[in-house]
Design a protein around this ligand. Structure first.
Ligand SMILES: Nc1c(N[C@@H]2O[C@H](COP(=O)(O)O)[C@@H](O)[C@H]2O)[nH]c(=O)[nH]c1=O
Length: 161
């Protein structure tokens, strides 16, 4: 099996494109319908809950450009009316819950993740400074690799059983 890295970006062919946060995979978190992970992430820059819920339903560049209209230089993000510090453990846990929900609820996302086999995952266009982005390359790729490990868990359970 080739272990060339899979570099995730919206315009890449399957499976990298389907793993992009831009991809329109529907899931819900805390009862809020999301059209993509990008919709959820960009909505975190918006304090108003009704507008946040609207942005959650977006996907792709439309979601990103809506979020980028917001000034979040203070480092405060928002989920359901409550502030979340970008640099806090609470923010990391919120990201974990969002990716867990995506994995559990979006079969096309799971299929794309499974199709990467054991290849390293990269997101070279991503930033590394958490003060400059809502999701660094590392925060993104480590979560995908953690979720991908569930596939191995299932096969090792089968082979033992
Ligand atoms: N521009 C682009 C992506 N950018 C996405 O933007 C998010 C970070 O936004 P921000 O914090 O505003 O810089 C993060 O989800 C990152 O993946 N992603 C893709 O797959 N393909 C793209 O073409």
């Amino acid at each position: 099996m080739s272990c060339d890295p899979v570099d995730i970006k919206a315009k890449a062919p399957f499976p990298a494109g389907a793993l992009s946060n831009f991809a329109p995979h529907a899931f819900a978190l805390d009862g809020i319908a999301c059209g993509s992970m990008e919709g959820f992430l960009q909505s975190l820059k918006i304090q108003d809950s009704a507008e946040q819920a609207r942005v959650c339903r977006l996907s792709g560049a439309e979601a990103q450009s809506r979020g980028r209209q917001e000034d979040w230089n203070s480092g405060t993000l928002w989920w359901q009316g409550k502030p979340v510090d970008r640099l806090s453990d609470a923010y990391q846990k919120l990201l974990d819950r969002a990716y867990d929900a995506l994995f559990a609820q979006a079969p096309k996302f799971r299929n794309a993740l499974a199709a990467t086999g054991e290849a390293p995952l990269t997101h070279r266009m991503g930033k590394s400074d958490p003060c400059e982005t809502i999701l660094t390359e590392q925060e993104f790729c480590t979560r995908l690799e953690r979720l991908r490990a569930h596939f191995g868990d299932r096969s090792s359970t089968r082979s033992r059983g």
